[in-house]
Design a protein. Structure first.
Length: 325
């Protein structure tokens, strides 16, 4: 064997144990996932987040470990659960909805926090601005008041003779007040009276829809909330049983509601992995501008419209991004 070849072989052999040791000691990132809802209800959104991580090369259990904490719609438990995650020395916390973000912010000023999705982060004072979030917080935000006001407009166009519309929301979510304020302004301009119905957990949906029937509302706008969105099927079924046209998230229309005007929450959860990846690679949260969705999807469920006897104007069909037949 030539001397040069011997040295190369010997050098490679000497490096092998070091490489193996480096692989063995590679740090596994620990992600805390703080969720206001139930584990069973949020499976699609957690799956979307995990898919986003896989897209970026992370193997669950090998490169990252996710510690979940579920408040089960008891928002009062969120601060306790957030402190538990901080106590585990997680590398970052992923959460969503204003109650979850507030609890995480109260629990730590140093551990990075990624908002999978939250409404109006800048308007509600979570961050100074979208471009410069500051502190340890970044992620995705969307325009919840304007979105729900637009839903009311679409519902009025589908039901031009309607004068009384229900709003299904969670009073425990601080964003509900801001959403209702925006909807009231739109309601006045449309000559529509709004009636608020509350649901903090799935067990309260039935009573809310019974109340809507008693007050003879002519349609319902379903406000996005961690305690509401995962139960689109139950909501759509209750609305159908009361022959009540509804509009809400994409999940509402897909489950049998009349219409949806919404952002794609599954895609937003998937995109949250991008923020996680950047932070794990050394980026600071305050360096990462908070992003907002640029696409809002309008969906009409023509099958539901037929079942309810609602004649959707051609103008609305022309504006629809998708029609469910």
């Amino acid at each position: 064997m030539k001397r040069r070849e011997f040295l190369a072989t010997a050098g490679g052999a000497a490096l092998c144990p070091q490489v193996a040791h480096a692989e063995q000691t590679k740090k596994v990132a620990r992600i805390g996932f703080l969720d206001p809802g139930y584990a069973s209800a949020f499976v699609p959104y957690v799956d979307a987040f995990r898919a986003g991580l896989r897209d970026l090369g992370y193997v669950d259990g090998k490169d990252v470990i996710i510690d979940f904490r579920w408040a089960e719609n008891d928002y009062g438990q969120l601060p306790v659960l957030a402190k538990e995650l901080v106590g585990l020395n997680v590398d970052l916390i992923v959460t969503h909805g204003l109650p979850g973000v507030l609890a995480a912010k109260q629990a730590t000023m140093t551990i990075p926090i990624v908002m999978a999705v939250v409404a109006d982060a800048d308007r509600l004072g979570l961050i100074p601005s979208l471009s410069r979030p500051g502190g340890n917080l970044t992620g995705n935000s969307f325009f919840n008041p304007e979105l729900n006001a637009k839903r009311l407009e679409f519902l009025k166009k589908a039901l031009p003779d309607s004068g009384r519309v229900a709003v299904l929301c969670n009073p425990n979510n601080p964003t509900s007040a801001v959403v209702l304020e925006a909807m009231e302004l739109t309601g006045k301009s449309l000559d529509v009276e709004l009636r608020q119905f509350e649901a903090r957990r799935p067990e309260e949906f039935s009573a809310a829809f019974s109340g809507m029937a008693a007050q003879k509302v002519e349609g319902v706008v379903v406000v996005d909330d961690p305690a509401i969105i995962p139960y689109a099927k139950s909501i759509a079924e209750l609305a159908a049983a009361r022959r009540l046209p509804s509009i809400g998230s994409l999940e509402i229309a897909e489950a049998g509601g009349l219409m949806a005007y919404a952002v794609d929450f599954l895609e937003i959860y998937r995109h949250a992995a991008v923020f996680v990846d950047k932070i794990l690679k050394g980026a600071k949260p305050y360096e990462l501008p908070v992003e907002q969705p640029t696409k809002f999807k309008f969906v009409i469920n023509a099958k539901t419209a037929k079942a309810l006897g609602v004649t959707i104007p051609n103008l609305l069909f022309a504006r629809a991004d998708e029609v469910i037949e």
